[in-house]
Design a protein around this ligand. Structure first.
Ligand code: PEP
Length: 274
C-alpha cells in the first residue's frame, strides 16, 4: 500500500484542544481569552494553522459569545453528540443544538466515550452521519489499547474501527473528515507515540480511506495524532507527511503550552522564531 501523500501541502494543519470535563462556562471563556491573547502575541496566522477547542457543553454558549464579540479566529466544537436528531433521549445533545451554537466540529468516538460509555462502532457510525446531517465536521477518534499494540495488531484494530465508523459516507463527506489517531496507551499518560509510529498509522489510515473512497478524496482528509502532545514534542510529530495536526488533552488547558503547540512551525509563545 503506497500512502497517497502528494497533496499534503494543501491540508491546513489543525491543532485541537479537548478540554474534557474541565472548565465551566466562566473558566472556559477565561482560558480562551488568554489563548487568543497568546496567539496574537506570537502573531499566529489562522490561515496557516487552524486552532480549535472542545469545551464542555455547558460552556459552549459563553464560548460562542466570546468568539463572536471578540472576533476570535478560533473554532470550537462539542465533545460528543447524539446519533439522533431530536426526541426522547434524556441527557443527549443533538448535532442541531451544536450547530446552532456555532460549532464547526464535534468529537466522535473518543476512547473515553468508547470505554466509559461503551460506545460501539455502529453507534459511532450513526454519530458521524448525524454530525454531517447538520453541517458539523466530525473529528473521529480511533486507536488501540496497549495490549493490542503489544500483540502487534494495532493497525488492523484501528483500521477496523475506521472502516465501521465511516461506512456509508459520501465521498464529499469523507474528503472533509478529520480522523484523530489516538493510541489509548498514550492518552494522559505522558507516553507519546514516536513520530514514526504516528506516521505509520496515519499513512495506513490514509491508504484505507483511499481504498474506500479513492485517492483524490483520501488526500483531502486531515489526520491528527493525539496522545500526550506538548509544545516540546509537537514539531517532531507534525513534520511527518501524513500527520496534519494534533488532538491535545492535558496541554490544551494551559494557554501558553497550547499556543506553543500551535506554533509548531517555528514561533514561541514569547514571540519570534525559535
Ligand atoms: C485526548 O484526550 O484526546 C488526549 C490526547 O489527551 P492527552 O493530550 O492529555 O494525552
Amino acid at each position: 500500500m503506497t500512502p497517497p501523500t502528494d497533496a499534503a501541502t494543501d491540508r491546513t494543519p489543525l491543532i485541537a484542544g479537548n478540554w474534557k470535563m474541565n472548565l465551566d462556562h466562566v473558566q472556559g471563556p477565561a482560558l480562551l481569552s488568554e489563548l487568543a491573547r497568546t496567539l496574537s502575541e506570537i502573531k499566529h496566522d489562522p490561515s496557516r494553522v487552524e486552532v480549535t477547542v472542545f469545551p464542555a457543553f455547558t460552556a459552549l454558549g459563553a464560548i460562542q459569545s466570546l468568539v463572536q464579540s471578540g472576533g476570535l479566529d478560533v473554532n470550537y466544537g462539542g465533545q460528543d453528540l447524539s446519533p439522533f436528531d431530536s426526541g426522547a433521549y434524556t441527557g443527549d445533545i443533538s448535532a442541531q443544538f451544536l450547530a446552532s451554537l456555532g460549532c464547526t466540529y464535534v468529537l466522535v468516538g473518543h476512547s473515553e466515550r468508547r470505554t466509559i460509555h461503551y460506545e460501539t462502532d455502529d453507534v459511532l457510525n450513526a454519530k458521524v452521519k448525524a454530525a454531517y446531517r447538520h453541517g458539523l465536521t466530525p473529528v473521529l477518534c480511533v486507536g488501540e489499547g496497549l495490549d493490542i499494540r503489544q500483540a502487534g495488531a494495532h493497525i488492523e484494530h484501528t483500521l477496523t474501527q475506521l472502516r465501521a465508523n465511516v461506512a456509508g459516507l459520501t465521498p464529499e463527506q469523507a474528503a472533509g473528515l478529520v480522523v484523530a489517531y489516538e493510541p489509548v496507551w498514550a492518552i494522559g499518560t505522558g507516553e507519546v507515540a514516536g513520530p514514526e509510529e504516528a506516521q505509520e498509522m496515519c499513512a495506513a489510515i490514509r491508504a484505507e480511506l483511499s481504498t474506500i473512497f479513492g485517492t483524490t478524496i483520501a488526500v483531502k482528509a486531515r489526520l491528527l495524532y493525539g496522545g500526550s502532545v506538548k509544545a516540546s514534542n509537537a514539531a517532531a510529530i507534525l513534520k511527518e507527511a501524513d500527520v496534519d495536526g494534533a488532538l491535545v488533552g492535558g496541554a490544551s488547558l494551559d494557554a501558553t503550552e497550547f499556543a506553543g503547540i500551535a506554533a509548531f512551525e517555528g514561533q514561541t509563545p514569547s514571540g519570534g522564531p525559535v
